[in-house]
Design a protein around this ligand. Structure first.
Ligand SMILES: [Zn+2]
Length: 286
C-alpha cells in the first residue's frame, strides 16, 4: 500500500518533478527570455537616464538655464539666461529682473533718442529745403533782374502792338500826306492795345491835328516815340512807364484811312528817322 502511496508520491513526484525543477528552470529561462525581448512601445520612447543627464549637461554648458524637479541651476546659469521664466523666481530674479528692466529702459531711452534724432533730421531737411527754395527764388529774381538790366543796357525795344500788319513805311508818298510819310504804320483793329516800346516818361498826351490822339514818350536817351491815331489814351504826362506797359488803344483818329498806330522815332526830340531800322537796331524786326 505504502509502495502504492510511494508510487503514487513517486508518480506524483515524477509527475510533478518536471514542474518544480523544470519549472524553476523554465521560469528562470523565461525571465532571461523576457529581458532579452525588445522593450515595449512605451519604454522605447523614454530616454535612458544617462542620456537625459547628458543632455542636461550639454544644455547647461551651452548657457541655457534648466530647472530640474523644481530646483534651479547655479546663479551663473541665470545670468547667462536670456529668458525670464518663472522657474527662476526666488533665485537671482531681482537682479535678473533689474537687469532686464534696465535693459528695457535703456532700450526705450535709445528709442526715444532715435525718434528725436529722426524728428530733428526731418525738421532740418524741411529747413534745408525751404532754404534751397528761397535761394532758388532769389537766384531766379537776381537772374530776372540781371536780364532786365541787360536789356536796358542794350536798350532793347519791343513792338508797340500785336496782330498787326504794316501798311505804310517811312518816306512813302501819298496824296493823304502833304509831305513824305514820317513814321511806320501798324494796322490792327480798333481797341487793340498799344504798348510802350521801352521804359520812358510820358511827355505829351492829346489831340494833335492829322495825328489825332497822340502820346509822346521820351526815352532815357532823349529819343521821342510818338504814338498817333489812338482811340484811347491810357497815360498822363509825367507818368513813368515801363517797357511793354499798355499806354493806349489803336484807333483811326486824325488823318487816316483805317485803324492803326502811327509810330515816329525822333532822336533827341528832333526830326523823325525811319522807325524800321531803329527797331531792328534795338533788337526787334517789325
Ligand atoms: Zn502813319
Amino acid at each position: 500500500m505504502g509502495n502504492h502511496r510511494a508510487e503514487r508520491r513517486d508518480l506524483y513526484k515524477v509527475a510533478g518533478e518536471p514542474t518544480p525543477v523544470g519549472g524553476a528552470r523554465v521560469a528562470g529561462g523565461r525571465r532571461k527570455a523576457d529581458r532579452r525581448q525588445p522593450p515595449t512601445g512605451v519604454l522605447r520612447r523614454v530616454p535612458a537616464i544617462p542620456t537625459l543627464i547628458g543632455a542636461l549637461a550639454i544644455a547647461a554648458a551651452a548657457g541655457g538655464a534648466i530647472g530640474i524637479g523644481g530646483g534651479a541651476l547655479p546663479s551663473t546659469n541665470l545670468q547667462l539666461s536670456s529668458g525670464g521664466s518663472d522657474a527662476f523666481n526666488g533665485t537671482d530674479a531681482f537682479n535678473f529682473t533689474g537687469d532686464d528692466a534696465r535693459s528695457r529702459a535703456i532700450s526705450r531711452d535709445s528709442s526715444r533718442q532715435a525718434e528725436r534724432d529722426a524728428a530733428d533730421k526731418t525738421l532740418q531737411a524741411a529747413v534745408d529745403e525751404q532754404s534751397q527754395q528761397r535761394d532758388a527764388a532769389l537766384a531766379s529774381l537776381a537772374a530776372s533782374a540781371q536780364n532786365r538790366a541787360d536789356e536796358i543796357a542794350k536798350n532793347l525795344w519791343v513792338l508797340p502792338t500785336v496782330g498787326y500788319h504794316l501798311t505804310a513805311r517811312f518816306g512813302q508818298s501819298s496824296g493823304l500826306w502833304a509831305h513824305l510819310h514820317t513814321g511806320l504804320d501798324f494796322a490792327a483793329p480798333t481797341g487793340t492795345p498799344i504798348f510802350a516800346i521801352a521804359d520812358g516818361v510820358i511827355t505829351f498826351t492829346g489831340y494833335d491835328g492829322s495825328y489825332g490822339n497822340k502820346t509822346v514818350e521820351t526815352l532815357a536817351d532823349g529819343t521821342e516815340i510818338w504814338y498817333a491815331h489812338q482811340s484811347e489814351i491810357g497815360v498822363t504826362v509825367g507818368q513813368h512807364v515801363i517797357q511793354s506797359a499798355q499806354i493806349g488803344r489803336i484807333g483811326s483818329t486824325g488823318n487816316t484811312t483805317g485803324p492803326h498806330v502811327h509810330i515816329e522815332v525822333r532822336p533827341g526830340g528832333g526830326d523823325p528817322v525811319d522807325p524800321f531800322p531803329a527797331f531792328v537796331e534795338h533788337g526787334v524786326t517789325p
